[in-house]
Design a protein around this ligand. Structure first.
Ligand SMILES: O=C(O)[C@H](O)[C@@H](O)[C@H](O)[C@H](O)COP(=O)(O)O
Length: 244
């Protein structure tokens, strides 16, 4: 795991630079960039750094294929929707073809929404047989309880082995109904970058980094790419209990 601890403005600049490199590598090796976004504070904090110079022109936006690590089961026009936030802070400012933005269908219930999203992954990643989708980049946040995507502490979905996308009916962070990528898919990514800011995350960050061998690991702690890179970008507030 690689930690980057910096004041918030520098943190976002450096993180944007990593995203540029990751996208360039994917495009040069595989001709496209498969990324999954998160919601929460990330769109507002990070996306303005991607949509403005010097980063904006460094990115081949037409090569992006965009999924979500999780989505809330709310209409897409609802400000609680992760798609809505991505539109506001990213899609409205860049030229990603709309056919490459894979928005979960929120007009059906969580079970069908998750199943349809899994089929979409299968189609776009050209999966046949037993393989797992392999994202070039997953952008993840972490809640103060240590949840990531919509995988919450002590939830049975932390043990999911088969499904790539699962419905959630009981998220402790509202809204309760969501869909989420599961750990096997998350941990199969080429690169995973967490953005974690704010003092309210400091206790969970401390627990994860300094008490690594706790008996019940927090969801964010279970994110360990099998054959990929893991980066944690922490602002000084989130890192404030690390006793550096
Ligand atoms: O839709 C969501 O709720 C998210 O994708 C979720 O996993 C988020 O990333 C964390 O809760 C952190 O959110 P904050 O950055 O707002 O603390």
């Amino acid at each position: 795991m690689n930690y980057h601890i910096l004041p918030a403005t520098d943190l976002i600049k450096i993180m944007a630079g990593y995203i540029v490199q990751c996208a360039k590598k994917a495009v040069s090796e595989r001709n496209r960039f498969l990324v999954a976004l998160s919601g929460g504070s990330m769109p507002e904090l990070l996306f303005p750094a991607l949509t403005s110079e010097p980063v904006f022109s460094e990115i081949n936006w037409k090569a992006w294929h965009v999924f979500w690590a999780d989505e809330r089961c709310v209409p897409q026009v609802n400000p609680e929707s992760n798609y809505y936030l991505a539109c506001k802070h990213l899609f409205n400012h860049v030229d990603i073809p709309s056919s490459r933005i894979y928005t979960p269908n929120t007009s059906v219930g969580p079970t069908e929404m998750a199943a349809l999203y899994q089929l979409k992954l299968q189609e776009v990643f050209h999966i046949k047989g037993e393989e797992l989708p392999r994202f070039d980049l997953l952008l993840l946040g972490m809640g103060e309880d240590g949840h990531t995507a919509s995988l919450f502490p002590n939830h049975p979905l932390l043990k999911e082995k088969n499904r790539w996308v699962a419905p959630v009916f009981d998220a402790p962070k509202p809204p309760p109904e969501r869909i989420t990528l599961t750990l096997p898919v998350i941990n199969n990514a080429h690169c995973i970058i967490f953005l974690i800011t704010g003092k309210n995350k400091a206790a969970a960050v401390k627990k994860i980094i300094l008490e690594e061998s706790a008996p019940a690991p927090l969801p964010a702690q279970m994110v360990k790419p099998v054959h990929g890179e893991l980066h944690w970008f922490l602002d000084e507030n989130a890192a404030s209990e690390l006793g550096r």
